[in-house]
Design a protein around this ligand. Sequence first.
Ligand code: CP
Length: 316
Amino acid sequence: GSSVVTLDDVSTGQILELLHQAQYIDAHRSTVAHICDGRVLATLFYEPSTRTRLSFETAMLRLGGQVIGFAGAQLSSVSKGESISDTLKTVSNYVDVVAIRHPKEGAALVASRAATVPVINAGDGGHMHPTQTLADLATLESRFGRITDLTIGLCGDLTFGRTVHSLIETLCRFGHVRFVLISPPELRTPRYVLDRIDANPTCSYTEVDDLTAAIGDLDVLYMTRVQKERFFNEDDYLRLRDTYILDEDKLRLSKPHMAVMHPLPRVNEIAAEVDRDPRAAYFEQVKNGMLMRMALESAVVGDALPGYEPLEAKEV
Ligand code: CP
């Protein structure tokens, strides 16, 4: 198997295969319960996490494998000044696959170059979060039966929101998506992400400030948290954090089958009252995250799913 720093490291055919495998895994949990017997995953988390770390770990445990790692670098030799490269050269001796989260953009790439086992990026600063995108694609597929031909609003912190960057990058490879990029002027989408939209003539985007004006056109509203930990200045964070709050009143302006997505954790940007609306899809993303990580982990360590028929074989 090879590393996944961004989903550009995975072919579009493989992404569709992973989506299909995750559905198979969900329906055949006992069949896959031992396919990774003897495998070990390391989770190296230099930055806080609930969902990503716990679902990477649960995924490996549910496949029969085991897990080591650290959550917070204080108790590891990182606190003594050890580099990412030396840490990965070390941990490569112990495990079959590594998931790494780090506050610096590019850390997962550095890790993948030093490691001799596959490295999966579990979030590198404000850059990318490819396995969140896998969860997001699975949620689009289950809600709409497709991942393209959709109008997708992305709202909030589009500058530092790595889940947004990964999702746009990947959807633009499939094409036929209209993006409505909803943010204050200070939190617009980075140029390297907009370039991905511009590169596909079947995709387009508009940049707007007003969620209320935009919401009625959307098939998907992907809310994001303002990423406090990426701000250089607390005053800017405090001024921008509550720019967008989705509540029942605002949701009434949306299509009846719009999906409200959010990578979580949320702070104030989605009111708790929205959770009981059928449009709320964010806890489905959580479930899909674990299933997609099961599919990805088994694929990168090379353990086949018994009884699974590949999509490609079916098409022939
Ligand atoms: N969505 C996500 O990455 O959540 P955590 O930060 O809790 O892992």
